[in-house]
Design a protein around this ligand. Structure first.
Ligand code: SF4
Length: 340
């Protein structure tokens, strides 16, 4: 193990990470953003220096949580469109425990605090993804203070996917902080803190211990990226427990009902889908029903894993637009609620 000062970023990391590696390391160990090997590989894990940051004490809430499970749903909407945001909140909020607003490398949107105000006003329980790619530390601190003042459910602190070549040319990528340091700032701001992890991205053997270090930085929830099978999630959570992580896990459930909504998930760095299930859904006579059934089955298997307290219904759901995608995710959530 290696202790790091809060400013000792790894030389050669395009994201200027201290607590790397990010979840975008490629299967052949290349950097997400460059042709060289990820500079964190072959080195000891960087430990959180100093005392653990105390997390916010509030428990998870929502209609499912009383039944021992927590159902989050991605809030996928067109950018700069409050009317769509409110429509989708109206579909998902009644059947889920929280709505997770994402961050996109190629698609700016309204500021997180403004989106939060809209969602809260529409009656949603909101988790906001905050990424380090497009905001310097000052702006991140502003957003954290604003989100805490608004009273959102929590913040998912991510380093953020990098913009690849040709994506918004001319826009700089900031990375003053990485997700782990942002988690500490968020906890200090009084927010409930979630962090991501990508169990199947190299270095697979070190990632469970990364979760323990993120917990020491203030995280109380770990949202796992899609993994090829529930058995792999079970292995990962058990390994994280062995490494000292005691926080709760929320596992990603891929929601797709057609070719575009499946393929978009397969393109993200650090995400894995069960290819056989994808092909079975797409070849089914009714892919919509098959996709919903596949997501429900995956969610039930994930929720049976010790340490997994919830699932995150993620992805577009449907290529027919955000409203239809929300209806698909709501159908999955409704079936899970009936289990309770
Ligand atoms: S893969 Fe991620 S952590 Fe590794 S060098 Fe590239 S940007 Fe940095």
């Amino acid at each position: 193990m290696e202790r790091a000062s809060a400013t000792a970023e790894r030389l050669g990391c395009p994201k200027r990470m201290v607590f790397g590696p990010c979840g975008g390391v490629r299967d052949d160990e290349r950097c997400e953003l460059a042709q060289h090997r990820c500079v964190f590989l072959g080195r000891p894990l960087v430990r959180w220096p100093g005392p653990p940051v105390a997390p916010a004490p509030a428990p998870l809430g929502g209609p499912h949580s009383a039944a021992g499970r927590f159902v989050l749903a991605d809030l996928s909407v067109p950018p700069f469109d409050p009317a769509s945001l409110r429509r989708v909140v109206g579909v998902l909020e009644p059947v889920s425990d929280g709505l997770l607003v994402g961050e996109h490398a190629n698609r700016p949107d309204l500021p997180p605090t403004m989106v939060a105000a809209e969602v809260l006003d529409a009656g949603g329980r909101l988790w906001t993804t905050l990424a380090c790619r497009d905001r310097n530390r000052v702006v991140l601190e502003q957003e954290l203070a604003g989100l805490a003042a608004l009273g959102i459910e929590g913040v998912l602190c991510v380093t953020g996917d990098g913009r690849g070549p040709g994506v918004r040319p001319g826009a700089t990528q900031v990375f003053d902080l990485d997700g782990t340091r942002l988690a500490a700032l968020a906890a200090q701001a009084g927010l409930r803190v979630a962090v991501p992890e990508s169990p199947e991205a190299p270095p697979v053997g070190l990632r469970p211990a990364r979760v323990a270090e993120k917990q020491r930085a203030g995280a109380q929830l770990c949202v796992l990226n899609h993994v090829s099978t529930p058995a792999r999630v079970a292995e990962f959570v058990a390994a994280a427990r062995t490494a000292g992580a005691t926080l709760a896990f929320v596992a990603g459930v891929a929601v797709y009902t057609d070719e575009p909504s499946a393929r978009v998930l397969q393109r993200f760095p650090g995400l894995r889908l069960d290819g056989a299930v994808v092909e079975r859904v797409l070849a089914a006579p009714d892919p919509r029903a098959a996709g919903i059934a596949a997501a429900v089955t995956e969610a039930r298997e994930l929720l049976a894993i010790p340490g997994v307290v919830g699932v995150n219904l993620s992805g577009m759901g449907s290529a027919r637009g955000e409203d239809d995608g929300a209806r698909i995710k709501a159908a999955v959530a409704e079936q899970l609620r009936e289990d309770g």
